[in-house]
Design a protein around this ligand. Structure first.
Ligand code: UD1
Length: 340
């Protein structure tokens, strides 16, 4: 039986891919998004992919009155909460904006859910809550401690969810700790569309491939890894989206409480391996220069993805080659993102 799911941030990169999977699984979706870092064109593209309508309310998650209207208008049974800012450097410069838009807004959302008797939540957390992990692969029992304001908003929201679950056993909260989402829907109609200069590796590489940037700067070639560049756990955004459906479907089994679960592949890839895989997908070399380290980067972060397999019955299946091919199919046809 399909449910009605409220998806905050459903116009964004991971949100839009998750909405496609929810619709394909027979759920109805209401998107709440203020479009501050996304485009309504992605919602139109999602409707076209799904061949179905999606309700959309342009509002921020911190707007209690708007949320009350949404909960009154639709029979929402669960919430998937993506909305939030996610640029580390920006969070260092504008910490209060991050605390308001991520942390304070989430408390407004949880209060609205409570008022309307909706207490099933899937939250977009991040492997950033592990900071620079002492041991890899990193599992959910590892110490948590973020190293910048963005990361702290994710960490504090997790703590808030644990407090809420402790206070009231009617809550079921799944805190999904994403590793590095990349790629795009196989249709090439939705994908990541960063504003300004991309902070993340694959979006930057793809903008080089499409001619928007001259060359990639590889941050650091002297890490203690197999080729001297940092290792990350890149995960195809469609696998990640499907992890959210698995979380929703596992709520009865998981039961009361706040449950943190890694969503990664368990495979580490270096920056240079990613550059080579992207070049293969694009069909020509990606110009790059190795420069100094980026402050705050950990040498090696990849997931122990065992818990997700055990409790969600979910495992990532798509390869790095598919991630690059699908990301390229989106970027090639949308060199300027949704503006095309
Ligand atoms: C970044 C965020 C992290 C977030 C994660 C997933 C930072 C410091 N951290 O982590 O909070 O949870 O994305 O969205 O931004 N690289 C280059 N050149 C570039 C860009 C990146 O060499 O132009 C390297 C980085 O040094 C890193 C790797 O590529 O080794 C991946 O970088 P990035 O995509 O920014 O992801 P994370 O650093 O893992």
């Amino acid at each position: 039986m399909g449910k009605t799911i409220l998806v905050t941030g459903g116009a964004g990169y991971i949100g839009s891919h998750t909405v496609v999977e929810l619709l394909a699984a027979g759920h109805d979706v209401v998107i709440v998004d203020d479009l501050v870092n996304s485009s309504s064109a992605s919602i139109d593209a999602v409707r076209a992919i799904a061949g179905r309508d999606v309700a959309f309310v342009e509002a921020g998650v911190g707007d209690a009155a708007a949320l009350d209207e949404v909960f009154a208008a639709w029979p929402i049974e669960a919430v998937i909460h993506f909305a939030g800012l996610k640029a580390v450097g920006e969070s260092v410069e504008q910490p209060l904006r991050y605390y308001r838009r991520n942390l304070a807004a989430t408390s407004v959302l949880l209060e609205a859910m409570d008022r309307h008797q909706v207490r099933d939540l899937v939250f977009s957390s991040s492997c950033t809550v592990y900071g620079d992990p002492a041991v890899v692969p990193v599992d959910e029992t590892a110490p948590i401690g973020a190293v910048n304001p963005y990361g702290r908003t994710k960490l504090f929201i997790e703590e808030m969810c644990r407090d809420v679950a402790f206070a009231d056993p009617r809550w079921r909260l799944v805190l999904l700790r994403y590793f590095n989402p990349v790629g795009a829907h196989a249709s090439g109609r939705i994908g990541e569309d960063p504003r300004g200069i991309p902070n993340n590796l694959l979006p930057f590489i793809m903008q080089v491939a499409v001619g928007r940037r001259h060359e990639l700067q590889v941050f650091g070639g002297d890490y203690p890894t197999r080729d001297g560049t940092c290792i990350r756990d890149y995960i195809h955004v469609v696998d990640l989206a499907q992890g959210h459906l698995a979380a929703l479907d596992s709520m009865d089994m998981l039961g009361a409480g706040a449950h943190a679960v890694n969503l990664g592949t368990g495979q580490g890839t270096t920056v240079l391996e990613m550059v080579a895989a992207a070049a293969e997908a694009v069909g020509r070399p990606i110009p790059f220069a190795v420069v100094g380290r980026r402050p705050g980067d950990a040498a090696e972060v990849y997931a122990d993805a065992t818990l997700a397999a055990d409790v969600l019955g979910w495992t990532a299946t798509r390869s790095v080659a598919e991630m690059c091919a699908d990301h390229w199919a989106w970027q090639r046809t949308h060199p300027n993102g949704f503006a095309d």
